[in-house]
Write a protein that binds this ligand. Structure first.
Ligand SMILES: [Fe+2]
Ligand SMILES: [Fe+2]
Length: 261
């Protein structure tokens, strides 16, 4: 935010006037500008806030915070080239990179879940609850990626999308069956995502980026722990019921109650 104030104006004869006080001020200005002792209006008007030179030449104000003096160094930091972010402040390069990496992690996980959705939605598999669960989970991971993209722009970084790896298309497993195999894979992916999120947090802490640390904590870490607990329970339930008839009931449960992770 730019700081604005009505600075005192010091006239040549020692009198002062507040800026913008009407006719008296305008009259003083005109007489100053016509005076032979003053070469230009800018030389005659000395704003205490805009005055250069050492601090000794400044009027003694008795205030601790002098916004016009202190803002000068910030003004010098405002970029002038259009390619640079104006908002960026104390946002480290490795924080920017790790956010781009996390966007890629979320997209990759979203892609795997999308492949699982397509598998369980096949006519010869037809586990509609699992299909629904993984479709919603895929959408949620994509939302996570978008949240990080939005954050990257908020901090003045640049979003750089990277390649996404081709996921599996078959999820059947001779011993475990498809439902358990897919759910175990999902559990591993959620744990991996949690590790990656903790890495983002570690980079934020290393750079004393309190806001980034808070963003990861408040928006992701709690939810991630919840997701790991929930999928762990699904894995445990699928291990109990085996590959047969029980899977159909599990699938019905997801169809009616399950929510994305
Ligand atoms: Fe996620
Ligand atoms: Fe997730």
């Amino acid at each position: 935010m730019l700081l604005r104030a009505s600075p005192a104006i010091f006239l040549p004869n020692g009198a002062t006037a507040a800026a913008g006080t009407g006719e008296n001020f305008a009259g003083s200005m005109l007489s100053m500008m016509s005076s032979s002792s003053v070469s230009s209006p800018s030389a005659a008007i000395v704003c205490s806030a805009a005055k250069g030179g050492s601090s000794n030449s400044r009027p003694i104000t008795g205030v601790v915070f002098e916004p016009f003096e202190e803002v000068k160094k910030e003004l010098n930091l405002v970029p002038t080239v259009p390619q640079q972010s104006l908002a960026r402040q104390k946002y480290a390069d490795d924080s920017e990179s790790v956010i781009n990496e996390q966007i890629n992690v979320e997209y990759n996980v979203s892609y795997v879940y999308h492949a699982m959705y397509a598998y369980f939605d096949r006519d010869n598999v037809a586990l509609k609850g699992l299909a629904k669960f993984f479709k919603e989970s895929s959408e949620e991971e994509r939302e996570h990626a978008e949240k990080f993209m939005e954050y990257q722009n908020k901090r003045g970084g640049k979003v750089k999308l990277q390649s996404i790896i081709m996921p599996l298309s078959e999820f059947d497993h001779a011993e475990k069956g498809d439902a358990l195999y897919a759910m175990e894979l999902a559990l591993s992916l959620e744990k991996l995502t949690n590790e990656k999120l903790l890495h983002v947090h570690a980079v934020a802490s290393k750079n004393n980026d309190v806001q980034l640390a808070d963003f990861v904590e408040s928006e992701f870490l709690g939810e991630q722990v919840e997701a790991i607990k929930k999928i762990s329970e699904y894995v445990a339930q699928l291990r109990r019921i085996g590959k047969g008839h029980g899977v159909w009931h599990f699938d019905q449960m997801l169809l009616n109650e399950g929510a994305a992770v």
